[in-house]
Design a protein around this ligand. Structure first.
Ligand code: ADP
Ligand code: MG
Length: 255
């Protein structure tokens, strides 16, 4: 078998081989081996402090790692965060949605969405606006385009953040607890938008504590325990018959 291809035959869009990450003396990611194939939805679960955010942040170069191999869409990210053309390319191809929406407060909703395509991709304002309007429609907030982030609910702001990431036409979307900062009544609208995206075939890696959602959308669930992938598999297996004791203990606490 060609080592560059996954079992399904498609080239992986994300590939980590023995990735290790330290914060000083703290060993946060330990020999992470992971491949994500195009169109796959991978949900990452685990206790607070287990390394989920760090893993996601390494994949788009927001955190450096020290050992191992990490590549996104064929472009390698080098250890110690060494700046390369590949890093720039990865940042334009990977969309990220954070727990805190991180919208630009001084820009309207529409301008939040058009900014990066104009600046980074060099699109004209009219092209960027056309795409932005379509995306705002898709996430159900086209009527909010002229407002500013603070005039929106948390659920609406997070949907703007999603539209803003999608405007760059990413090949991969990373989500780090996208609903954890939301009031309960707004969680559903954000999960619905993510569900749609999954259905359309977007490759997604999602850190979440929403186990019902994970079960429904995930092709694969990864359980991280103290910086290691302790167990992974299809959602039915992980949620209904986990093999490892740490996975069972974690699920007993959260389910
Ligand atoms: P999770 O997202 O699973 O809650 P994190 O990836 O945020 O976990 O954190 C993993 C570990 O790394 C934790 O022990 C955390 O305290 C530590 N950590 C995270 N970010 C930093 C940082 N910038 N500097 C030092 N330690 C950090
Ligand atoms: Mg986290």
């Amino acid at each position: 078998m060609n080592p560059d291809t996954s079992p399904s035959g498609a080239h992986p869009i994300v590939r980590l081989e023995k990735v290790n990450k330290h914060f000083g003396s703290l060993h946060v990611l330990k020999d992470i081996d992971l491949e994500v194939t195009p169109g796959e939805v991978v949900v990452i679960i685990g206790a607070s402090g287990s390394g989920k955010s760090t893993l996601i942040r390494c994949i788009n170069g927001l955190e450096e790692f020290q050992q191992g191999h990490l590549e996104v869409d064929g472009s390698p990210l080098l250890p110690y965060g060494k700046a390369t053309k590949a890093l720039q390319r990865i940042r334009t191809e990977v969309g990220m949605v954070f727990q805190q929406f991180n919208l630009f407060p001084h820009l309207s909703v529409l301008d939040n969405v058009t900014l990066a395509p104009m600046k980074v991709r060099g699109w004209s304002r009219s092209d960027a606006t056309e795409i932005a309007e379509r995306l705002l429609e898709r996430v159900g907030i086209s009527d909010q385009a002229a407002k500013y982030p603070t005039q929106l609910s948390g659920g609406q702001q997070q949907r703007v953040a999603l539209a803003r990431a999608l405007a760059m036409e990413p090949r991969l979307m990373l989500f780090d607890e996208p609903t954890s900062a939301l009031d309960p009544e707004m969680i559903g609208e954000v999960l619905d938008a993510m569900r749609e995206l999954a259905k359309e075939g977007m490759t997604m890696m999602i850190v979440t504590h929403e186990m019902g959602f994970a079960r429904e959308v995930a092709d694969r669930v990864i359980y991280i325990h103290k910086g290691e992938i302790a167990e992974e598999g299809p959602p039915e297996t992980i949620f209904d018959s986990p093999k490892e004791a740490p996975t069972r203990n974690f699920l007993a606490r959260v389910l």
